[in-house]
Design a protein around this ligand. Structure first.
Ligand code: CMX
Length: 134
């Protein structure tokens, strides 16, 4: 069902403050910033080899990322796994009794469709399914 890790999401208070560390100190390739209004976040993608880090800045105090930072501070927020057929993956998890945050895909950054599995089902790790393209 899963093909690879697509990215690791890291919650930050400010993209402007966080990007220089990843881009300049760690030397990762900066792949741009995008706002995802549906998730109330601005995201910056940084690449290292085949792997990606997604920095997440909340755009509203109602954002799930704002709530996460308020409770935990900045840090690792989620792991996103790539799937080729997100509807089929959601259907399979639901039929196995897995608790989904999203029972239908939402729009993610960079033209992806995403769905979250609830962290209560995944031993405390917020887990994202991510389909590249439509
Ligand atoms: N990782 C692990 N646990 C998390 C978590 C995270 N990122 N976010 C919340 N939780 C836990 C909380 O600690 C809390 O646990 P306790 O009950 O033990 O205290 C529980 O989940 C409920 O958290 P909450 O703060 O009360 O928040 P909500 O129930 O309102 O929402 C969740 C939790 C997971 C449903 C919500 O954060 C969500 O919908 N997340 C998915 C969407 C998202 O995060 N979008 C931003 C990224 C978008 C992108 O990548 O493009």
């Amino acid at each position: 069902m899963l093909t690879k890790i697509n990215h690791i999401g890291i919650a930050v208070q400010s993209l402007d403050a966080a990007i220089p560390f990843y881009r300049d100190n760690l030397g990762m390739a900066f792949a741009g910033i995008e706002e995802v209004p549906e998730q109330k976040v601005r995201v910056a993608m940084l690449e290292v080899g085949e792997s990606k880090i997604e920095l997440l800045e909340p755009t509203s105090s109602e954002s799930p990322v704002a709530k996460f930072i308020e409770k935990n501070g900045a840090g690792i927020h989620h792991i996103a796994y790539e799937v080729t057929d997100i509807e089929a993956a959601i259907a399979r998890l639901l039929s196995d009794g897995v608790r989904m945050v999203d029972e239908k895909p939402r729009n993610g950054a960079h033209g992806t469709r995403i769905a979250f599995i609830h962290p209560k089902t995944t031993l405390g790790v917020l887990t994202e399914l991510c389909q590249v393209g439509h």
